[in-house]
Write a protein that binds this ligand. Sequence first.
Ligand code: FMN
Length: 453
Amino acid sequence: MTHAAALENFRLSLGGRDVLPLMLGGMGTNISTAELALAVERLGGIGHLSDAMLMDLSDRLFGTRFTSEKAHRTAPERDNMDKSAVKFDLEAVKAAARRYVSDVMARASGKGMVFINCMEKLTMNAGLDTLKARLTAALDGGIDGITLSAGLHLSSMKLMAEHERFRDAMIGIIVSSSRALNLFLKKSASTGRLPDYVVVEGPLAGGHLGFGMDWANFSLPTIVKDVKAFLEKNGLSIPVIAAGGIFTGGDAARVMEETKCEGIQAATRFAATVESGLPYAVKQAYFNARPEDIIVNHLSPTGYPMRMLKQSPAITGEIRPNCEAYGYLLNHGECSYLKEWKARKDAADAGAAPEAMPAHEKCCLCTYMRNYKVWTCGTSAARLHETSVKRENGEWILPTAEDVFKDYMQSTGDQILLPAEARAYLAASHAAPAARPDLLRTEAASSHSAAGA
Ligand SMILES: Cc1cc2nc3c(=O)[nH]c(=O)nc-3n(C[C@H](O)[C@H](O)[C@H](O)COP(=O)(O)O)c2cc1C
């Protein structure tokens, strides 16, 4: 059944500007790259950068030496399991964020907006100080907006309140319930500033989940409607963005109409695009994902459940923690992976039998995220194969950010607009459609969509 509305018929009004109602979700560490966020911005939507491990990213992008300098300075703590003395240099934290953000903003077209996702659970061994440094430096760098996410700190607004851009930059929060939103609003009321938007992330999203292991009992439309009702009851007019499992343009339009939300946020489909920071082979693994490959576990030391492919190398890998160089999850000198690693090492050194070894339940998230070995994804990764074409050599044609963006904007009902390169490949190859009857539907749909575009 074809649904009449397409996402491109809606507009999201933020800070007096109208943009297309599609946000690219922030994906750390450097999965939502500058190139990905800017591609979405240039198409008139909102692209998210991520501020996770920015010092390391700065080293890779600009040749700075923040990570090696920190590792060198804190090297004496290497054998000390209490990492309280492994501190970030706050000036360096600010310098890295300012440079990265200003470099990206200088390349923005002004057609859409570029926001940064600030994952507050990165406590960086001095939660409030490092958070304040990250937030204010992003504002210094000229970011259009900041989205406060995982581990939402109730006083984040206060940390930015003195900044000259506090009232004109967009500031939003990610919640998974009206209760969390209520708490945040109460706590930040003294700043006299409301969030400019609220992203409601449902249980099917990628990354860390704002639910327990009973996530399957919740539904995105129900939570969005609940948040909308809460805002209305309190006389608050704040745009609500729905996120998690919105896979097609038809899904997006349906959720907009059903819940009356003002926009949607999507990530998984963009994670597998040409512009995403994931290595090529990992993008291929996403395209090959089947429903049974997608699991939710407690591997992350943040304490939040995380969804990932069960083939993620981080699940079985066990490495010496590298808190001196990274240490983004340290909190008062501790991290649950560090604790587990020490307990297992002590047991192994004492000659413990395998069955007496402490369980291996956590991973070194810093090192593994940095090396793209945590393959986090939304449940819809299992449907990525519907969105492109596999070449005869077995490799998937990767969509560009523009391909995915246009599909979200223009497709209706159950249509999926195939990437331009995939359509060209199918046109040139007579064997492929016959060999892949499941693609005939989408190909037919895409020609129809493209013709009408
Ligand atoms: C690879 C990947 C990494 C993510 N990383 C983050 C993150 O660093 N911070 C965050 O708030 N959300 C993160 N998310 C969640 C997304 O921003 C987004 O809200 C959600 O995945 C949307 O659902 P979808 O993936 O089904 O489209 C991540 C999602 C994916 C797929």
